[in-house]
Design a protein. Structure first.
Length: 134
Protein backbone atom coordinates (compact mmCIF):
# COMPACT_ATOMS: atom_id res chain seq x y z
CA UNK A 1 0.00 0.00 0.00
CA UNK A 2 1.18 3.49 -0.78
CA UNK A 3 2.41 5.24 2.42
CA UNK A 4 0.33 8.32 1.60
CA UNK A 5 -2.85 6.22 1.85
CA UNK A 6 -2.11 4.81 5.31
CA UNK A 7 -3.92 7.64 7.07
CA UNK A 8 -1.53 7.33 10.02
CA UNK A 9 -3.01 4.08 11.37
CA UNK A 10 -1.31 1.76 13.77
CA UNK A 11 -1.29 -1.83 12.59
CA UNK A 12 -1.11 -5.06 14.51
CA UNK A 13 -2.57 -5.93 17.85
CA UNK A 14 -2.83 -3.58 20.76
CA UNK A 15 -1.49 -6.28 23.05
CA UNK A 16 1.74 -7.11 21.22
CA UNK A 17 2.13 -3.86 19.31
CA UNK A 18 3.49 -5.84 16.38
CA UNK A 19 3.75 -3.74 13.19
CA UNK A 20 2.70 -6.68 11.04
CA UNK A 21 -0.59 -8.51 11.11
CA UNK A 22 -0.72 -11.97 12.65
CA UNK A 23 -2.22 -14.95 10.85
CA UNK A 24 -5.43 -14.63 12.87
CA UNK A 25 -5.71 -10.94 12.00
CA UNK A 26 -5.21 -11.68 8.32
CA UNK A 27 -7.96 -14.29 8.45
CA UNK A 28 -10.36 -11.93 10.24
CA UNK A 29 -9.58 -9.17 7.75
CA UNK A 30 -10.34 -11.55 4.90
CA UNK A 31 -13.59 -12.62 6.58
CA UNK A 32 -14.63 -8.97 6.92
CA UNK A 33 -14.67 -8.77 3.12
CA UNK A 34 -15.69 -12.27 2.03
CA UNK A 35 -18.24 -12.59 4.84
CA UNK A 36 -20.17 -9.76 3.25
CA UNK A 37 -20.74 -11.93 0.16
CA UNK A 38 -22.15 -14.65 2.41
CA UNK A 39 -24.34 -12.06 4.12
CA UNK A 40 -25.74 -10.93 0.78
CA UNK A 41 -26.49 -14.53 -0.27
CA UNK A 42 -28.03 -15.59 3.05
CA UNK A 43 -29.86 -12.31 3.68
CA UNK A 44 -31.43 -12.06 0.22
CA UNK A 45 -29.25 -9.10 -0.67
CA UNK A 46 -29.75 -7.11 2.53
CA UNK A 47 -27.28 -8.49 5.10
CA UNK A 48 -23.95 -7.72 3.44
CA UNK A 49 -23.21 -5.25 6.23
CA UNK A 50 -23.73 -7.74 9.09
CA UNK A 51 -20.38 -9.59 9.06
CA UNK A 52 -18.17 -6.48 8.71
CA UNK A 53 -20.14 -4.72 11.45
CA UNK A 54 -19.87 -7.72 13.78
CA UNK A 55 -16.10 -8.00 13.22
CA UNK A 56 -15.64 -4.26 13.66
CA UNK A 57 -17.45 -4.30 17.00
CA UNK A 58 -15.76 -7.45 18.34
CA UNK A 59 -12.31 -8.01 16.83
CA UNK A 60 -11.85 -4.35 15.91
CA UNK A 61 -11.24 -3.55 19.57
CA UNK A 62 -8.31 -5.96 19.65
CA UNK A 63 -6.70 -5.22 16.29
CA UNK A 64 -6.46 -2.05 14.25
CA UNK A 65 -5.75 -4.19 11.16
CA UNK A 66 -9.08 -6.02 11.50
CA UNK A 67 -10.89 -2.77 12.27
CA UNK A 68 -9.47 -1.08 9.17
CA UNK A 69 -10.66 -3.92 6.94
CA UNK A 70 -14.05 -4.20 8.65
CA UNK A 71 -14.69 -0.45 8.32
CA UNK A 72 -13.64 -0.44 4.66
CA UNK A 73 -15.86 -3.44 3.91
CA UNK A 74 -18.80 -1.95 5.80
CA UNK A 75 -18.49 1.30 3.88
CA UNK A 76 -18.36 -0.60 0.60
CA UNK A 77 -21.49 -2.58 1.48
CA UNK A 78 -23.30 0.68 2.23
CA UNK A 79 -22.09 2.11 -1.09
CA UNK A 80 -23.22 -1.03 -2.93
CA UNK A 81 -26.64 -0.86 -1.27
CA UNK A 82 -27.05 2.76 -2.38
CA UNK A 83 -25.99 1.86 -5.95
CA UNK A 84 -28.48 -1.03 -6.04
CA UNK A 85 -31.27 1.23 -4.73
CA UNK A 86 -30.52 3.72 -7.49
CA UNK A 87 -30.51 0.85 -10.01
CA UNK A 88 -33.92 -0.27 -8.75
CA UNK A 89 -35.33 3.21 -9.27
CA UNK A 90 -33.77 3.41 -12.73
CA UNK A 91 -35.47 0.16 -13.74
CA UNK A 92 -38.44 2.34 -14.60
CA UNK A 93 -36.27 3.85 -17.31
CA UNK A 94 -34.94 0.41 -18.38
CA UNK A 95 -31.34 1.46 -17.68
CA UNK A 96 -31.55 -0.14 -14.22
CA UNK A 97 -31.85 -3.60 -15.78
CA UNK A 98 -28.31 -3.14 -17.11
CA UNK A 99 -26.96 -1.24 -14.12
CA UNK A 100 -28.07 -3.66 -11.37
CA UNK A 101 -26.18 -6.74 -12.68
CA UNK A 102 -23.17 -4.54 -13.42
CA UNK A 103 -23.12 -3.24 -9.84
CA UNK A 104 -23.47 -6.81 -8.49
CA UNK A 105 -20.61 -8.19 -10.61
CA UNK A 106 -18.27 -5.28 -9.83
CA UNK A 107 -19.13 -5.59 -6.14
CA UNK A 108 -18.22 -9.28 -6.07
CA UNK A 109 -14.96 -8.69 -7.96
CA UNK A 110 -13.82 -5.86 -5.65
CA UNK A 111 -14.82 -7.83 -2.56
CA UNK A 112 -12.79 -10.88 -3.62
CA UNK A 113 -9.77 -8.69 -4.42
CA UNK A 114 -10.07 -7.03 -1.00
CA UNK A 115 -10.30 -10.41 0.74
CA UNK A 116 -7.17 -11.65 -1.02
CA UNK A 117 -5.27 -8.46 -0.13
CA UNK A 118 -6.35 -8.78 3.51
CA UNK A 119 -5.15 -12.38 3.57
CA UNK A 120 -1.76 -11.16 2.29
CA UNK A 121 -1.56 -8.69 5.19
CA UNK A 122 -2.09 -5.58 3.04
CA UNK A 123 -4.63 -2.83 3.50
CA UNK A 124 -7.05 -2.43 0.60
CA UNK A 125 -9.14 0.61 -0.19
CA UNK A 126 -12.04 0.11 -2.57
CA UNK A 127 -11.74 2.38 -5.62
CA UNK A 128 -15.39 3.44 -5.40
CA UNK A 129 -16.43 3.88 -1.79
CA UNK A 130 -18.42 6.38 0.24
CA UNK A 131 -16.64 6.44 3.59
CA UNK A 132 -19.46 7.04 6.07
CA UNK A 133 -18.09 4.93 8.94
CA UNK A 134 -14.74 6.07 10.29
Amino acid sequence: MDPSQREDQQFGTFITGSPTATSDEKTMGMLAHLGSIAGVVVGAGFLGWAVPLFLMLTKGKESSFVRAHAVESLNFQITTFIAMAISAVLMCAVIGFVLAPLVAIVSIIFTVIAGLKANDGELYRYPVNIRLVK
